[in-house]
Design a protein around this ligand. Structure first.
Ligand code: S3P
Length: 170
């Protein structure tokens, strides 16, 4: 299965919990990108621009998505590219996580400055704007949708497992 959706909706935390509970391998696309490039995501944006980041993201997505039996956490922008969606949909049920903008803001602020796209003064405004622009695409790609605003990662993982049923082939 692949977890996707906006920054701060819990893709990493829920993905790790799902992996622990199901025994499926956990793969985080942002971490794979960081490992491959040998630098952090803010650094990739700084040195190679967003286009440079998206190019590696596509390479990594294609490779990871070709394997079965995983819980994949995507980056917030991964599914904006139709080629990435096509790769992911071949082997994965697509689980969209959502959250209220104010909850997203709280979560990303707790994690510090790791999101180049949110390094602006009006973070809430930027979150609302980007989220509105992306939501139609997110909804189009989703097989299953879960609002995590009021949920712990454990609660979200349990809900996803119960909705998917046969997780081994998800
Ligand atoms: C991005 C989200 C980030 C990361 C990059 C771009 C986006 O991932 O891939 O900063 O376009 O929304 P998270 O959603 O895991 O923060």
């Amino acid at each position: 299965m692949a977890l996707f959706g906006f920054m701060g909706v819990g893709k990493t935390a829920v993905g790790r919990t799902l992996s622990e509970r199901t025994g499926l391998e956990y793969v985080d696309l942002d971490s794979e990108i960081t490992r491959r490039k040998g630098k952090t995501i803010p650094r990739i944006f700084e040195e190679e621009g967003e286009a440079g980041f998206r190019a590696v993201e596509m390479e990594v997505t294609r490779e990871v998505a070709g394997r079965n039996g995983q819980v994949i956490s995507c980056g917030g922008g991964t599914v904006l590219d139709p080629e990435n969606v096509a790769s992911l949909k071949r082997n994965s049920v697509m689980v969209l996580l959502t959250a209220e903008p104010r909850v997203i803001l709280e979560r990303v602020e707790e994690e510090g400055d790791v999101r180049p796209l949110l390094m602006v003064d009006d973070k809430l405004g930027k979150i609302e704007h980007l989220l509105n622009a992306r939501l139609p695409r997110y909804l189009e790609v989703a097989d299953l949708i879960l609002d995590t605003s009021e949920m712990t990662p454990e609660e979200a993982a349990v809900e996803i497992i119960s909705q998917i049923g046969d997780v081994d082939s998800a």
